[in-house]
Design a protein around this ligand. Structure first.
Ligand SMILES: [Zn+2]
Ligand SMILES: [Zn+2]
Length: 332
């Protein structure tokens, strides 16, 4: 029996996207923060889990080994377990709410990947979800539902699935000559959107899939990225990934976009963190359902100039946040 299972929510029903990745995913090249040695010479992966959904240590060790090979991080790669989330809390929280509450972010001087393991069977409001990497607006998070486990797929291939998802955050298969910009066309490649899973092989001690590693094309993608300098306007500020543009800064967390108008010297990171935690249940949402918030520092002319720039940001949720702020300013 061969089970073909989709891995990755970025996939169209066929497994491949109909068109290229949206520009707002690609124009700022955030995956280079993970791949390149500059500006961050080290990489930290934070792994949070709901109690009962924790990943085995072997999956995390396999991920650390892959990252040491595929990223240019002279000061090292660390995969660290964060807090364990109680079953009671997981039973009544959305996945992005858990991430916004528990994501600690990188220590100073490190690039960052966040992984959350949960089990949708523990929350009646959730449907079973494919394991998936999120490439926008916070292109450094992975969510893995342990309930996605048909015929033991998730438990047996958990280490391989984790490497596939992290491959998305390293720009593997980004080159359209061998894929759709997210997944690879090579059927034996770890970055193919479909895993050929043969559970009987596991029973006799063999790998139950041929797709345990990247093909040569995907390896070449990641080699190219780790030799490319990351854009100078991207930095982690606390747990936020910040993109500085002209007179404004776009701060993101999972499912969340915060627009700061004015100087970046004194970004109120702690206040933003609190605003985002509180805004999880609040009213401001983009058309895609992202949590939006806006802050401003400086004199009214500076803020107005920053607002005019943000209204033309390449990312739609940033433009929407700017429009909401403009309507608030215009209100009597
Ligand atoms: Zn995928
Ligand atoms: Zn490939």
């Amino acid at each position: 029996m061969v089970l073909a299972l989709l891995a990755g929510s970025c996939a169209a029903p066929s497994g491949f996207r109909k068109g290229p990745l949206p520009r707002e995913v690609t124009f700022w090249q955030p995956w280079l923060l993970n791949s390149a040695a500059s500006p961050y010479r080290k990489l930290v992966v934070e792994v949070d889990a709901v109690r009962g959904a924790e990943p085995p240590q072997a999956w995390l060790d396999g991920l650390a080994a892959m990252l040491r090979q595929q990223c240019n991080k002279p000061d090292g790669v660390r995969v660290v377990r964060g807090q364990t989330i109680s079953a009671a809390e997981a039973a009544s929280s959305s996945i992005s709410a858990l991430a916004l509450r528990y994501l600690d972010g990188p220590p100073a001087g490190a690039a960052f990947i966040y992984v959350l393991y949960y089990n949708s069977a523990m929350n009646p409001a959730l449907k079973t979800a494919n394991p998936h990497a999120v490439v926008f607006p916070y292109p450094c998070a992975i969510f893995i539902d342990r309930n996605y486990n048909q015929a033991g797929f998730g438990d047996v291939l958990g280490g391989v699935i984790l490497r596939h998802e992290v491959g998305h955050l390293l720009g593997a298969a980004r080159d359209p000559s061998h894929g759709d910009g997210a997944h690879c066309r090579n059927q034996d490649c770890l970055m193919n959107p479909v895993f050929n899973y043969i559970p009987e092989l596991a029973a006799i001690g063999e790998a139950p899939t041929p797709q345990t590693w990247f093909c040569g094309d995907c390896l070449a993608d990641m080699a190219r990225w780790r030799a490319s300098p990351a854009p100078a306007n991207l930095r982690f500020r606390g747990p936020f990934l910040a993109r500085r543009e002209g007179r404004y800064t776009v701060m993101t967390m999972p499912n969340t976009v915060h627009l700061h108008l004015g100087g970046s010297g004194s970004l109120p990171v702690e206040l933003m963190r609190k605003a985002v935690r509180d805004a999880g249940a609040g009213p401001l949402r983009s058309r895609e359902g992202f949590i939006l918030s806006v802050s401003a520092t400086g004199d009214p002319l500076t803020v107005q100039a920053a607002l005019n720039e943000a209204l033309h940001d390449p990312a739609a949720p940033v433009r929407q946040a700017a429009q909401l702020y403009r309507s608030k300013l215009a209100a009597p």
